[in-house]
Design a protein around this ligand. Structure first.
Ligand code: ADP
Length: 409
């Protein structure tokens, strides 16, 4: 997906989401105001009935409401009438003497302030009360009592839904981007693979041509040299194919190692031998310090050999001048250690924790155009993990890298 296209899609989505929230907000306000009016009308009609009853029958003969009223009856009468119009709450009830400016009664004195402010105020004049005073029944609906839906709730719900949609939207975008990255990686992989295999193929075919030449075939030294070129290149391809195959096999849970007693020092010598030609071509050097005594480790010989091969191969690949590799084996009381050190281009600190990830390659710009797949170190890390070992990396740009593997002995 092109960048400008992504920007347009995200902008349209953001605009639609904001519009949706605004529309929901307006709608919620409208609903709130309608339900508010309905509520007021219902309360007024219920209270009309209450006043009618008070004036007509129940409390008619006294000289003063305070002396006459059975307040509990008044409360339940109001609750009943409210229920009849569909309002199932017990409001705070106050009886207010207009001329004295004071409450004769409040059902809950804590809410007197609310009653004073309340718009639900109904005047009545009990029959038989010899007084010119005006009395009011005042109802108070504390916020917690109201069954009406808070208008903000609609808004919160809309914002929540928009957020859910936004998250899904970004997950989809990320999936598309990941697909694209995978596609790119697949193409790179094919092109790198072809390149890596092409070199040994042409070297082997050249060596074969030379061996077909009679004069070369008669020369014992030349013949041995070409045969070992073929063997080395063959080994290179074998490790390459093996690494790719094993790397995908290892992701499988049922993968198991073929453990035997391996002479690691001898294995290092064998691997070093297979790099003889490559190193000679680049004026390089491989030193071994084989101090592990006894040199045996219970391990999978094939994978351990591929692992050392990969590390040495990387050391050579990522050296800009003449490569100088040191492979060191030694023992500690509980551990068997192998380190592969190079004096090459090194790995920047930020990349060090990623190099063991599958397909990760340090961006080398145009300076070191080294071909690779980004699976070698991932394979190495997997082999080490399956042997219950650890791998550590010390590296500094332009100074080189040291990979140290520690296996439980
Ligand atoms: P690749 O096939 O790219 O070599 P690896 O998994 O072996 O894949 O290595 C991952 C990346 O780590 C490489 O692309 C390279 O950038 C970096 N790297 C690995 N080994 C070394 C090393 N010895 N020196 C410098 N960089 C290295």
């Amino acid at each position: 997906m092109k960048r400008w296209f992504r920007v347009i899609i995200i902008s349209i989505f953001a605009l639609a989401a904001v519009s949706l929230v605004v529309i929901q907000f307006i709608q919620a306000r409208r609903t709130y105001s309608i339900s508010d009016n309905m509520f007021n009308i219902s309360v007024t009609s219920a209270m009309d009935e209450v006043i009618k009853e008070i004036n007509g029958e129940v409390f008619q003969t006294a000289t003063h409401p305070a002396a006459t009223f059975n307040y509990q009856e008044l409360d339940s009468l109001i609750a009943e009438e409210l229920l009849l119009v569909g309002i199932d709450v017990h409001p705070v009830v106050g009886l207010y003497d207009g001329s004295q400016g004071s409450f004769l009664y409040t059902s809950d004195p804590r809410h007197e302030g609310l009653l004073e402010q309340s718009p639900y105020r109904y005047s009545f004049q009990p029959i038989g009360v010899i007084s010119s005073n005006q009395f009011f029944i005042i109802l108070g609906f504390p916020h917690s009592l109201l069954p009406r839906i808070d208008s903000n709730l609609y808004l919160y719900m809309s914002v929540f839904l928009v957020l859910v949609i936004a998250i899904m939207f970004f997950i989809s975008l990320r999936t598309i981007a990941n697909q694209r990255r995978l596609d790119q990686m697949k193409n790179e992989f094919i092109s790198n693979m072809t390149h890596e295999v092409k070199t040994p193929i042409s070297t082997i075919s050249l060596a074969c041509e030379m061996l077909q030449d009679h004069s070369v075939a008669q020369d014992e030294a030349a013949r041995t040299n070409f045969v070992s070129i073929i063997a080395d290149e063959n080994q290179r391809m074998r490790v390459l194919v093996e690494t790719i195959l094993q790397s995908s096999k290892m992701s499988n849970r049922n993968f198991s190692l073929n453990l035997t007693e391996v002479n690691v020092n001898a294995l290092v010598n064998k691997v070093a031998q297979s790099f003889r030609l490559t190193l000679a071509n680049r004026n390089g050097r491989l030193d071994t310090i084989l101090e592990a005594e006894p040199p045996t480790l219970v391990a999978d010989e094939l994978h351990l050999s591929n692992l050392i091969y990969n590390l040495v191969d990387n050391g050579i690949k990522y050296s800009s001048g003449a490569p100088h590799i040191i492979v060191h084996t030694w023992r500690e009381p509980e551990r068997f250690l192998i380190s592969v050190q190079d004096h090459g281009i090194g790995i920047p600190k930020a990349d060090q924790k990623h190099v063991f990830e599958k397909f990760y390659r340090v961006s080398t710009g145009n300076v070191h155009n080294v071909k690779g797949f980004g699976i070698g170190l991932n394979y190495v890390a997997q082999v080490v993990r399956l042997h219950h070992g650890t791998i550590s990396l010390e590296s500094a740009p332009r100074q080189g890298s040291t990979f140290t593997l520690a296996f439980p002995a």
